[in-house]
Design a protein around this ligand. Structure first.
Ligand code: 13P
Length: 249
């Protein structure tokens, strides 16, 4: 279960969140990741030590170092205590012009440094209405994953339909489960069935405590990537709890 805070929370606000969240986190059978803005990463890392919560970044650049003003390298994230990094979020693709080729480079750079990439894929409303969801998602996966070196490390895939992000309009759990199933088929083609079966496929897009149960009930969906509803400790804790098995607390 991953929280993507996007461009929300100063360090003081991040601290207040973690202090409110940890006492509410009772599930021990759910992997929890918080992805704060770069500047709050070390604050969160310093507070979650000893708790089953990992920290991720929201983006990374693929070069080791150099004259790339404003960018952050994988080694910098590792040193700051990150274990995960989101790559290819639709906001990066749409607002900052990130291409599939760039997403693929970021994914490889993250893996090369032992970071677990959370690869985001998803169609726009126009693509969905045109019946092109599988084409689009399949192409995004193919361009990111083709020719990955054999034991490339762990990858997480987040299916985030663009029309569901920040709109309050979530996908129907059955539809999201269908796309998650399709994603696993594509993963099997590129990475082999055994490896594909171990990859977590998340759903993201207007997830909240009131609708998470429908997603948690679908075996095709392993977790969620949560934006707005992850900004409040009680709300994110309730969402995490929905994916805990009975007896997992
Ligand atoms: P919302 O949960 O705010 O719709 O955002 C989803 C998202 O983009 C997570 O990466």
């Amino acid at each position: 279960m991953a929280a993507n805070w996007k461009m929300y929370k100063t360090r003081a606000q991040a601290r207040a969140f973690v202090e409110g969240f940890l006492p509410r986190l009772t599930a021990r059978d759910v992997d929890v990741v918080i992805c704060p803005p770069f500047l709050a990463i070390e604050t969160v890392v310093g507070l979650v030590g000893g708790h089953p919560v990992a920290v991720g970044a929201q983006d990374v650049y693929w070069e080791e170092e150099g004259a790339f003003t404003g960018e952050v390298s994988p080694a910098m994230l590792v040193e700051a205590g990150c274990h995960y990094v989101i790559v290819g979020h639709s906001e990066r693709r749409q607002l900052f012009g990130e291409t599939d080729a760039e997403v693929a480079r970021k994914l490889r750079a993250a893996l090369g440094h032992g970071l677990v990439p959370i690869l985001c894929v998803g169609e726009t409303l126009e693509e969905r209405e045109g019946g092109r969801t599988e084409d689009v998602v399949g192409r995004q996966l193919e361009l990111a994953l083709a020719d990955l070196p054999a034991p490339a490390g762990q990858v997480v895939v987040a299916y985030e339909p663009v029309w569901a992000i920040g709109t309050g309009r979530n996908a129907e759990p059955a539809d999201a489960a269908g796309v998650a199933d399709f994603i696993r088929g594509v993963l099997a083609r590129y990475l082999g069935g055994e490896r594909a079966s171990r990859i977590r496929v998340l759903y993201g897009g207007s997830v909240k405590p009131a609708n998470i149960g429908g997603f948690a009930a679908r075996p095709e969906i392993d977790g969620a990537l949560v934006g707005g509803a992850s900004l409040d400790p009680a709300s994110f804790a309730a969402i995490v709890a929905a994916f805990s098995e009975p007896g997992g607390a």
